[in-house]
Write a protein that binds this ligand. Structure first.
Ligand code: SF4
Length: 395
């Protein structure tokens, strides 16, 4: 979206949130509790709503659990409601809330609606909520996937790999958390993060200083070819890092050879792990995509439809789209000031609003520079390719 009221885009709904700052979570199951953890930094939740009579009797997480009729028969004008259930139940709950006179987007919203949560955090509490972000200590990778979303083949060809010092990473992380109050999902990624020589130091630094500003998903994304050392496992365990282990066994021999050992090592240290198998990758296809015929307005709609939730930060710049910044790094496109939000500037209330707007998809141009040559993220992108097909001879 192109900014048309920079710094004030959400003022209308924001005024409501300035008045109503307390939350009830509809659903006291796993998702509701996860939602509570995400909102804990605001200390704004007064209880749950759930039909489970046992939960109504005992409460959950030290909070009361109300029966649904309490909010359906008499409209709660004090609390806002966030639905924290699976999508099927959420649809039924939404219907019941609307019938009871509640409006979606102002009186209630669902836990997937990160945008409204971010606007609420800003206007009700002056806090910046960023749904996810990632830190890349080094772009170096031992694999060379043809369709790597970090453009590893281009980084190899143009010899543009970047490995940052621990000091540089500390500064970058400090700056991000200077602005941002909570990130439910924060990744240390790469390249292959386990090849970064100071992996332990940077996990230790982020963990010791900012673990309370990161939600359940403090993650590292592994390409599934490198066996973590005992030291790396110890620091991951210490800060409850979730290891996402990509599964490239079909196309990468070293991944087939090492997968069992990697998993055994993570299990030995009792590290939370996600076995990440996907049947295919989406292809940004920047070599062939050409959106130059689209108008600026059409490009803004293209960017909105893509909906890539992943941003990226480095050197005090927060990029709206991570792939856009990776393409800049790889020397595939030129950077412009419209590609990023400058975190080096002084924090003021209006700059904070601009940051949240930027995070939620607003910028001066309306889209990211790479959008002109990009087929889009995940579901918006019909172009699929086999997983991790290798080029070159580095395996
Ligand atoms: S179309 Fe591509 S460059 Fe544009 S936002 Fe989506 S993923 Fe990023």
């Amino acid at each position: 979206m192109k900014w048309n009221n920079k710094g004030y885009q959400f003022d209308e709904i924001g005024k409501l949130f300035e008045q109503r700052k307390r939350i009830m979570i509809y659903g006291a199951g796993e998702q509701g509790i996860y939602l509570l953890e995400k909102l804990n930094f605001l200390n704004c939740v007064d209880g749950f709503i759930d039909q489970d009579t046992e939960k109504q009797r005992t409460g959950i997480c030290g909070l009361p659990v109300l029966e649904p009729d309490a909010v359906l028969n008499k409209r709660d004008k004090v609390h806002l409601i966030i639905i924290g259930t699976n999508q099927h139940n959420a649809a039924e709950i939404k219907k019941a809330l609307v019938l009871a006179g509640y409006s979606e987007g102002s009186d209630f919203w669902s836990c997937e609606d990160e945008k409204t949560t971010a606007v609420f955090a800003l206007y009700a509490y002056g806090k910046v909520y960023l749904s996810s972000s990632c830190l890349i200590p080094s772009t170096v990778c031992n694999l060379n996937c043809e369709k790597c979303l970090n453009f590893t083949p281009a980084l190899n060809t143009f010899k543009r790999h970047v490995t940052k010092s621990v000091e540089q990473l500390r500064e970058e992380v400090d700056l991000l958390f200077h602005w941002v109050d909570f990130i439910p999902r924060f990744q240390i990624s790469g390249g292959e993060p386990l090849l970064y020589p100071y992996f332990c130091e940077i996990v230790e630094y982020v963990g010791a200083n900012y673990r309370d500003k990161i939600g359940d998903r403090f993650e590292t994304v592994l390409n599934g070819s490198v066996i973590p050392t005992d030291q790396q496992c110890l620091v991951m365990k210490k800060y409850d890092v979730l290891a996402i282990v990509d599964d490239y066994t079909e196309n990468v021999p070293i991944c087939s050879r090492n997968r069992k050992k990697i998993i055994e090592q993570l299990v030995r240290f009792n590290i939370r792990m996600e076995d990440n198998f996907v049947p295919e990758w989406f292809d940004l296809d920047i070599e062939h995509m050409d959106n130059s015929q689209l108008s600026g307005e059409e490009m803004a709609a293209y960017f909105d439809n893509c909906g890539n939730p992943w941003n990226y930060f480095e050197k005090g710049k927060l990029y709206a789209c991570n792939f856009n910044s990776f393409a800049i790094k790889a020397g595939l496109i030129a950077e412009t000031p419209d590609d990023y939000f400058d975190l080096n500037a002084e924090i003021t209330p209006s700059r904070k609003k601009e940051l949240v707007e930027f995070i939620l998809g607003y910028n001066n141009r309306g889209y990211a520079g790479l959008c002109r040559h990009c087929a889009g993220w995940a579901k918006s992108n019909p172009k699929c390719v086999p997983v991790a097909v290798q080029v070159g001879e580095n395996i």
